[in-house]
Write a protein that binds this ligand. Sequence first.
Ligand code: SF4
Length: 346
Amino acid sequence: MPDLGTDFRGTSHLVAKRQYTIVLPGRKQKTVSEEWHGIVAQAILKAMTIIKARMLGMCMGVSRAQELAVAAANTGRTKGKNVFSYGPLIHNPQAIAKLEAKGVGILDVKAFEAGNLDEAVMNSIVVIRAHGAPPAVFERLATLGAEVVDATCPRVLRSQKKASELAGAGYRLIIAGDSEHAEVAGILGHVPDAIVVQNAAEAREAAKALATQEGLKLVVIAQTTIQKAEYSAIIEEISQCADECVVLDTLCPAATERQAALVELARNVSAIIVVGGKNSANTQRLFLTAQETGKPCWHIETAAELPAEVFSFDRIGLTAGASTPDFMVDEVENFLRKGVSDGNAL
Ligand code: SF4
């Protein structure tokens, strides 16, 4: 009898002593003995087709930051230095746990800003995450003797550079984004008098306050991950008050590409699995898109969360948010294909 491990029991139900009900493709149910459970289960797995979205999982910026952090951990081990990321590197608890196991701790940004962690940071290695950080943070880390590994995403770096250039040329900077987000804090560090607007209503208020200024030149920049519709609505409001308004296209296509690929995928499958951190905004949005397709769908972090019902569908679509590491997608795919979890490494 093929050995599927005890994990697979989650896809069937123990209904009596050594008796299992297995949910078959097409949602038919079959009660089998324990002996036959493994054999029938294997047949179900063979009948199931798994299709991955043509674009899924970790984006270039986060993937690069993760690689730099792993390299920093190796350097830290060699030099006998502590290694930290400046805030959580990835919005994904499993990836964070793997990094911590490799020796990358998380620096509490608020405690550092309050001056409470100077001693811990001295002579350590600090990795700046993909969102970037204000120049003052780089300077303070250097003053404390920390070795800085800059993993700011190249797209975010471009935004920071453009914002500085245009502010230097006399434009008032408007940042469309979340005022609490690290990427926005990083840009504000370059242009401290920039105005942050989080939505169209705030843009309207800002436009009213700015309307009295003669010869006003504005430049509008977006946090890379905000929604395109939200950015358009903000531009519509804010551009009314200026003589000149330059709009920069700084939106990152990583999220929209994954959403478009998911919509295509949905046409060819009977159910969808979205893999990624429950705390990841882009994975949550991807799951919303999955729900809008009308197909049965689930947002899970690990293979252990796969519901038994998944195995009643014959064509399963698999996608993952832009902060989901490959090992998590592989783990879910392997479980769906084999009924067992491999637990791959970073
Ligand atoms: S979402 Fe885009 S901007 Fe943000 S880290 Fe990823 S690639 Fe860079």
